[in-house]
Design a protein around this ligand. Structure first.
Ligand code: HEC
Length: 127
């Protein structure tokens, strides 16, 4: 086989391999806003010991998978944002059925205003 043809065939193979690889690549996960990203860090640090974000996974508290959607209808007259904020500021105000009042009320004092805003923004992405 002439050297030129060989080189051409090798180039074709490389090209195909490169395209094939790209076609199989999985799409990147949806990106969080910078605020929600910071809130996710607060969540890992201060909430993750008790709350999973995997559905139906109870640690100490309920899984928060889908909490943004549930929060819309948890309490009559409270929108999702207000419900989530109240859940952190005053954990005993509304208890999730089947759970005891084990969420520390001191959390609201530990978190800075900014951390609180960020963690609520993160919870609002859990639809
Ligand atoms: C020591 C364990 C513990 C920690 C730490 C904790 N929680 Fe909780 N949380 C609970 C328990 C238990 C419940 C269920 C009882 C209740 O409603 O208060 C709960 C309930 C909730 C609810 C209501 C969920 C629903 O489905 O209505 C939200 C929202 C929540 N927690 C958010 C947070 C956030 C945000 C943090 C961190 C800043 C946090 N929790 C830290 C134990 C914890």
């Amino acid at each position: 086989m002439p050297v030129r043809l060989k080189q051409f065939l090798i180039l074709c193979l490389l090209f195909l391999a490169a395209c094939g690889g790209r076609a199989e690549a999985t799409p990147p996960p949806p990106t969080l806003s910078p605020q929600a990203q910071l809130g996710k860090q607060v969540f890992s640090r201060d909430c993750g010991a008790c709350h999973s974000t995997t559905p139906d996974t109870i640690i100490v508290g309920p899984s928060l998978a889908g909490v943004a959607t549930r929060a819309e209808t948890r309490v009559d007259g409270l929108d999702a944002y207000t419900y989530l904020l109240t859940s952190v500021m005053q954990p005993d105000a509304y208890l999730v059925e089947g759970f005891d009042n084990l969420m520390p009320a001191s959390l609201s004092k530990q978190l800075t205003g900014e951390e609180l805003d960020n963690v609520i923004a993160y919870l609002q992405t859990l639809k």
